[in-house]
Design a protein around this ligand. Structure first.
Ligand code: G6Q
Length: 547
C-alpha cells in the first residue's frame, strides 16, 4: 500500500510550518527584508511574476519544493512532454504542447511522429482562414463571409471565445464572431437573428461530434440556413467541422474536405491550440494565431528547462498548494486588470476545476487532503465595486492573482494609468491592511469627534495579510496571451502531480448527462413510471412537463 501523501515527512513539515506562519503578518516580512520583492520575482516568456505579497518565507519555499521533488514533478513533466499516456483512465497521451512546438523535434505517440499531422492541419487552417479573410471563400450568393458562428461547448467553446475576446484589437473588424454553446435555444436563435444566411459560416466544433448541445444547435443552424434560402448542395460553403470523429461529421452532411482534424491526445479544455482554434485564426489571421502558439511554446520551454525554484508555473502551483492544503483557503480569485481578459476567469474555471476537481488519486484511492480549489474572479476595476469588500474585510482569506498589462490598446492613456494604479493599490491594501489606530487617526485628522472615531474604527479597520500575486506584461499581445494560458495550464499540471490525481479525465461530467437522457423522454410524454428517480425529481417533472 503506497504511503498516503499526508503521512509523508514533507507534508507534515509543511503542516508544522503553517502553524508557525499563522501568527506572522506580511507587513513584518517586508519590514524585515527590504529585498523581498526583488528576491521573490521571476521573468518568463513576456511575463513577470512578483510573488512577494504571499505569506511565505524562504523556508516555506524550500519545503514546498521538497514536496514537489518527493512527488517526482520533473519526471512527470518529462513523461508528459515525451507523449506517455499519463491520462491513465482514458489511456491517452496529453500532448497539447505538441501543437505549439517550434523546435523541429519529433514528438511521438505510440511510435508515430505527430508533428507532420499537426503541421498539415495548420496549413489547412491557414489556407481556409486566409480565404475567408480575403473574401475569396464566398457564400452561396458570391458575397464574402461577414459572420462566423462557432457552435461548440466546454473545451470547444471557452478557449476560442476567450482568445477572440482577449485579442479583439488584432481582429479583422469586418468579421463578426459569434459563439453558440448552450442547449437553451435562445442562444442559437438570438445569434441567428443577427446573421444573414448568404454571408454566414458555421464552424461545428466537437471533438466527439456527439455532444447533445452542439449537435442540436448545429441542426438548428442547418434548418435555419435551408429556410433562409440556402440549399443542400451549398451546405459545404457554409458549414465546416472541427472533429476527431470524421464519420459522424460526414453523416451530419459535412464533406470530408470541410473537416479539420484533431486527435485523442488533445484534451477538450487544452484544445484551443488545435483546429478548435479555427475561429481565432479566422478572426486574427493565421500569423497572429502562430504568435499565440509561439508565446505558449516560450512558456513550455521555460517550464521544461528552468530549475523548479526559478520556474513560474511550478512556483504558482506550489503557492496554490500552500494556501489550499496548509492554510485552509478553499477558493482563489483570478483578477485580470485588462478588460479584454474579462472572460479569462470563466475559461480558467474550466481548465482548473475540471482538471483538478478529483477525489480519487492515481492509485484508485480516495484522497484525505484537499485537491482543486474553487476558482472564481472578474475583471478589475469592476470587481472592486462588486466583491472586493469580502476580500478586504470578510472572514475568509482568498489568495488572488492580479493580471496586469503596462500598456493597453486604447488611446486613453490616462485611464490605463488609473487602471494600473488601482491594481497596485488593491494588492498593497490587501497585504498591508490598516490598523484601528491608523483608521482612528485618519478620522481625527478629518475633524471627526473622538467618540465617533472610536465607534467607527472597528468597521473601518483592515486586518490585511491577504496574499496576492502580481503577474504583469508590457501589453496583451498574441504571444503574451499564449504564454499566460500555457502558464496556467502547467500550473494545473503541477498541482495534479502534487495531489497525485489525473488532471486529464472528466468523468464527473458524465453522470448528469446520463440522467438527463433518461429524464428527457418523460418530459416529452413517456410515462413517469419509466424512470427511477427520487420523489423530488418525479414531482419536479410533473410540474415542469407540458400536460
Ligand atoms: C473538456 C471536456 C469538455 C468538452 C465538451 C465538448 O476537457 O472534455 O468540456 O470539451 O464536452 O466536447 P466535444 O468537443 O466532444 O463536443
Amino acid at each position: 500500500m503506497p504511503k498516503s501523501l499526508t503521512a509523508t515527512s514533507h507534508w507534515q513539515a509543511l503542516q508544522k510550518h503553517a502553524r508557525e506562519m499563522s501568527g506572522r503578518h506580511m507587513r513584518q516580512l517586508f519590514e524585515q527584508d527590504p529585498q523581498r520583492s526583488e528576491r521573490y520575482s521571476l521573468f518568463a516568456a513576456d511575463w513577470q511574476l512578483d510573488f512577494s505579497k504571499n505569506l511565505i518565507t524562504d523556508k516555506t519555499l524550500q519545503l514546498l519544493l521538497a514536496l514537489a521533488k518527493q512527488q517526482h514533478l520533473t519526471q512527470w513533466r518529462d513523461r508528459m512532454f515525451a507523449g506517455e499516456k499519463i491520462n491513465h483512465t482514458e489511456n491517452r497521451a496529453v500532448l497539447h504542447v505538441a501543437l505549439r512546438s517550434r523546435s523541429g523535434e519529433t514528438i511521438e505517440v505510440e511510435g508515430e511522429d505527430v508533428v507532420p499531422q499537426v503541421r498539415a492541419v495548420q496549413a489547412g487552417m491557414r489556407e481556409f482562414s486566409d480565404a475567408i479573410r480575403d473574401g475569396k471563400w464566398t457564400g452561396y450568393s458570391g458575397k464574402a463571409i461577414t459572420d462566423v458562428v462557432n457552435i461548440g461547448i466546454g473545451g470547444s467553446d471557452l478557449g476560442p471565445m476567450m482568445v477572440c475576446q482577449a485579442l479583439a484589437p488584432y481582429a479583422k473588424k469586418e468579421l463578426n464572431m459569434h459563439f453558440v454553446s448552450n442547449i437553451d435555444g435562445s442562444h442559437i436563435h438570438d445569434t441567428l437573428q443577427r446573421c444573414q444566411a448568404e454571408t454566414t459560416l458555421f464552424i461545428i466544433s466537437s471533438k466527439s461530434f456527439s455532444t447533445q448541445e452542439t449537435l442540436n444547435n448545429a441542426l438548428a443552424a442547418r434548418g435555419w440556413f435551408l429556410a433562409q434560402g440556402g440549399s443542400k448542395d451549398q451546405i459545404n460553403r457554409h458549414f465546416v467541422a472541427v472533429t476527431s470523429n470524421n464519420k459522424l461529421a460526414t453523416e451530419f452532411g459535412i464533406a470530408p474536405d470541410s473537416q479539420f482534424e484533431l486527435w485523442d491526445w488533445v484534451g477538450g479544455r487544452y484544445s484551443l491550440w488545435s483546429a478548435i482554434g479555427l475561429p481565432i485564426a479566422i478572426a486574427l489571421g493565421m500569423d497572429q494565431f502562430e504568435d499565440l502558439l509561439g508565446g505558449a511554446y516560450a512558456m513550455d520551454e521555460h517550464f521544461r528547462n528552468a530549475q523548479p525554484e526559478q520556474n513560474m508555473p511550478v512556483l504558482l502551483a506550489l503557492l496554490g498548494v500552500w494556501y489550499n492544503n496548509f492554510l485552509e483557503c478553499e477558493t482563489y480569485a483570478v483578477l485580470p486588470y485588462i478588460q479584454h481578459l474579462s472572460s479569462f476567469p470563466a475559461y480558467l474555471q474550466q481548465a482548473d476545476m475540471e482538471s483538478n476537481g478529483k477525489r480519487i488519486d492515481r492509485n484508485g484511492l480516495p484522497v484525505d487532503y484537499q485537491t482543486g480549489p474553487i476558482l472564481w474572479g472578474g475583471a478589475g476595476t469592476n470587481a472592486q465595486h462588486a466583491f472586493f469588500q469580502l476580500l478586504h474585510q470578510g472572514t475568509k482569506t482568498i489568495p488572488a492573482d492580479f493580471i496586469i498589462a503596462r500598456d493597453s490598446h486604447s488611446p486613453y492613456d490616462n485611464q490605463q494609468r488609473m487602471l494600473v494604479s488601482n491594481a497596485l493599490a488593491q494588492m498593497e491594501a490587501l497585504m498591508r491592511g490598516k490598523s484601528k489606530a491608523e483608521v482612528a487617526a485618519e478620522m481625527l485628522a478629518k475633524g471627526l469627534p473622538q467618540t465617533e472615531c472610536a465607534r467607527l474604527a472597528p468597521y473601518r479597520e483592515f486586518a490585511g495579510n491577504k496574499p496576492s500575486n502580481a503577474l504583469f506584461t508590457d501589453q496583451l499581445t498574441p504571444a503574451a496571451l499564449g504564454a499566460l494560458i500555457a502558464l496556467y495550464e502547467h500550473k494545473i499540471f503541477v498541482q495534479g502531480v502534487i495531489w497525485n490525481i489525473n488532471s486529464y479525465d472528466q468523468w464527473g461530467v458524465e453522470y448528469g448527462k446520463q440522467v438527463a437522457n433518461s429524464v428527457l423522454p418523460v418530459l416529452e410524454g413517456a410515462p413517469i413510471s419509466a424512470i427511477d428517480v427520487s420523489s423530488s425529481t418525479r414531482e419536479l417533472i410533473s410540474r415542469l412537463r407540458r400536460s
